[in-house]
Design a protein around this ligand. Structure first.
Ligand code: GLU
Ligand code: MG
Length: 431
């Protein structure tokens, strides 16, 4: 690989889009040490590149990007184009204090609150996406042939991530047309979110360099399967995975999971970001369109995934899968919200939720009510409630929550002015 020409500093904004600016590589040491100035309002630019009318920043002010040398990747050249380094950043004030709107700092705060309870989390993002431009007459789900067709892309992505110091757990041809999936290896929450951003950008950028287009749009068409993101997380205490005992939740994970389920209406706008995303949350589509947790159940919001038990009875590979998010969401906010809602469940000493052993959509309303299985909002308008904004304020602080909800209301306004198809076509080029 030739020497990099530019260093790009930035991170995901409140619409899950990586934005930032580049310096010539000769200025790398200076930029890595001192950061770069940035414009506060930029964090609220939406997917259609418009600022929300009630955006809190206006034209004033300046903040700093503070890059983390642990969160970098070197993106290869596209033909004759230059090599780029990408470094992910915190957003700080000019005095290098935490900036209250920074998603990465919100996650660091949530992790500190978890640690204060004697718990740690390991998390791994699993992404589904569509690759446009592949030469395959038919996409056979989960087949070797589809896997081979995308293998040159996957191979380059793996080499890039390997050079950045991490790898992926697996990739596969998914069920949908030209749909693929990659899964990350579990890591601490901040590393998991950083790797999520680096992986998404590497896949998009590498595909572009090969004349392909990778799109993580959650619902490409109403009659096609969605591109989901599933977040696998496990809770650890004293070096032991305390997510599962036998095939069920533990004294640590039961109240945490109950917190997530009881706060579903607050979690959803933070983990289901775009107007397009809500079309994915349909029953019978292996997404989880109802609250609830079930052992190995792919139709509940949470899936408990017990793995092989160790000789001492522990379950070191067990995880809970949070199924109702997608790649339009900001991964720092997704994990921060999960941790905060879970901690709320622990603080309240919530009892274990019932194990849901069926597809909730196949149960009667009375049965769903008995198991407290609530349908998740089916549109961005239905999700943006005062209650949800209140929960976001409690979990992320009033400034970040306020700006985030301004962005979502702006999304909802745009969505109301466009057909599903027009919005999907546009967002497919962004996400
Ligand atoms: N494509 C589904 C989704 O939108 C998930 C299918 C699966 O379980 O892998 O989340
Ligand atoms: Mg999948």
């Amino acid at each position: 690989m030739t020497d990099p020409a530019f260093l790009f500093l930035g991170n995901q904004d409140l619409s899950g889009i990586l934005r930032g600016r580049s310096v010539p590589h000769a200025r790398m040491s200076e930029a890595m040490a001192g950061g770069l100035p940035w414009v506060p309002a930029n964090i609220t630019i939406g997917a259609l590149d418009t600022l929300p009318p009630d955006n809190p920043f206006g034209p004033m002010g300046e903040i700093r990007f503070a890059p983390d040398p642990e969160a970098m990747v070197r993106l290869g050249s596209h033909g004759d184009g230059p090599v780029f380094d990408l470094a992910l950043c915190d957003h700080l004030t000019m005095d290098c204090a935490p900036w209250p709107w920074c998603p990465r700092l919100a996650l660091k705060d949530a992790v500190a609150a978890l640690t204060a309870q004697g718990l740690t989390m390991r998390a791994a993002f699993e992404h589904e996406f569509t690759v446009h431009g592949l030469d395959q007459p038919v996409h056979v789900a989960f087949s070797l042939s589809a896997g081979r067709v995308v293998a040159p892309l996957a191979d380059r992505v793996l080499a890039t991530l390997d050079a950045a110091g991490f790898t992926l757990e697996q990739f596969q041809a998914e069920y949908g047309a030209s749909q693929f999936e990659i899964s990350a290896v579990p890591a601490d929450p901040l590393t998991a979110a950083d790797r999520c951003v680096l992986t998404l950008e590497t896949i998009r950028d590498t595909a572009r360099g090969m004349g392909l287009r990778a799109s993580f749009l959650p619902k490409p068409a109403l009659d096609r399967v969605g591109n989901g993101v599933h977040v696998h997380f496990s809770l650890w205490r004293g070096g032991r995975n305390v997510t599962c005992e036998g095939d069920w939740l533990t004294a640590d994970s039961a109240p945490f999971a109950a917190g997530l389920l009881d706060e579903a209406e607050g979690l959803i706008p933070l983990t289901v970001l775009s107007a397009n995303s809500y079309a994915r949350l349909r029953p019978h589509s292996w997404v989880g369109a109802f609250t609830g947790i079930g052992v190995r159940n792919r139709e509940t919001m949470l899936r408990l995934v017990p793995r092989a038990r160790a000789a001492d009875g522990s379950n070191p590979g067990a995880s809970i899968e949070y199924r109702v998010t997608d790649a339009t969401a900001n991964p720092y906010l997704v994990l921060a919200a999960i941790i905060r809602a879970g901690l709320g469940g622990i603080a309240a000493g919530k009892p274990a939720p019932p194990d849901v052993a069926q597809d909730p959509a196949d149960l009667s309303e009375a049965e769903r009510a008995r198991l407290n299985l609530r349908p998740l909002p089916q549109s961005i308008g239905a999700a943006l409630t005062p209650l949800a904004e209140d929960r976001a304020r409690a979990w992320l602080g009033a400034p970040l929550a306020g700006a985030y909800f301004s962005c979502r209301r702006n999304d909802a306004r745009h969505a109301a002015e466009m057909s599903f198809e027009d919005l999907a076509a546009r967002l497919s080029l962004v996400y």
